[in-house]
Design a protein around this ligand. Sequence first.
Ligand code: MG
Length: 406
Amino acid sequence: MTRLRAGAATDVGLVRATNQDQLLIATRLFAVADGMGGHAAGEVASQVAVEALGQAFDKIDVVTPQGLQEAARQANRAVWDKAQADPDLRGMGTTLVAMALVDEDGADEDKVAVINVGDSRAYRLHQGRLEQLTVDHSLVQELVAEGRLEEEEAAYHPQRHVLTRALGVDPDVMVDVLGVTPEAGDRFLLCTDGLVREIGDDQVASVLRRLDDPGDAARELVDQAKEHGGNDNITVVVVDVAADSDTTVPVDGFAATTVGHGAGDGDEEGAEKGEEAAAAPRSRRFRSRRGRFASRPRARFVTLRVVVFFVVLLVVLAVAAFGVVWYARDSYFVGLSGSRVTIFQGRPGGVLWFKPTVAQTTPLTTAQVLPYHLSALRAGQEEPSLSAARGYVQRLQSEYSQASGQ
Ligand code: MG
């Protein structure tokens, strides 16, 4: 029977006002959720999701990967139902990544099943190497998969917050599931995007290799994410697969878990440590953690809005620029170049940086134009087209000819 040991930490970060992340640690179920939605909706979404996941998981007799997947679908439904019942919560959603020990086909060895929706991630440190188990359901991930964006660019992409799948925004959701055969010494990591947007995989791996205690590793990861900006809520769960020789952990259970502390809740930490350590085997109790403030969701939706805003703005500017060019160039006038009557394209005096250009020089000079036309020529006699301008020149010419009797 596989033995697990877990530790966790969550933090509001340095920028957000509230922590909308949640985490769940139970006997053999672990999860992280990152809520989204205005005001308090984000924290409601992630809270409801992990609670519903835990409750659905508790009711499963023989836990299979599909069972975990179904529990996630029920969590989706719970968030959706909650949102439909309260107009203030409409549109809320959450990511969810969870791992559980499952019994697969009556095999002796436990398996680990991992499910995910959204961009919270699961990793495994296996023989010292960190591998990402989940694939983000995000716009930038799709662009990377299509070869339209480099992995390195994804972290800085303006639409990096946009999710293509989230829990609770539709009555049904597609939940990705995968199975892993755990080996003693493996270390699993569940985290929200607030971790991996701040520090790279190498740095994450380095911490996971260096610190033995899962709680210490979780707290160190959160601290490093804060040192690198802490732009988002950060939540980390570290789950170790105990070595067979490790007698400090109970069989089929969970030795000790720590729930890390967010801003201002250090007073709860000690109590939680002891409480979780005493969790009865197979009790499958779950602990969710309610964040206390606001915002990643807002960041995501606002980002999308901002993108739409800039696209609209660009279109408006392009139309305006085209209008200016059209106004500046789509006209002719007859004026003077020195004493020469000349046809110009453009507007007399120019428009912005569009100066009139010579379209045609005529043989006429001011000496061959009746004097009362001269002020119009000096100001520029506007004509709608080149042929109209030529017609005007011809009239000047014929009037002069008639008046001079030529
Ligand atoms: Mg986040």
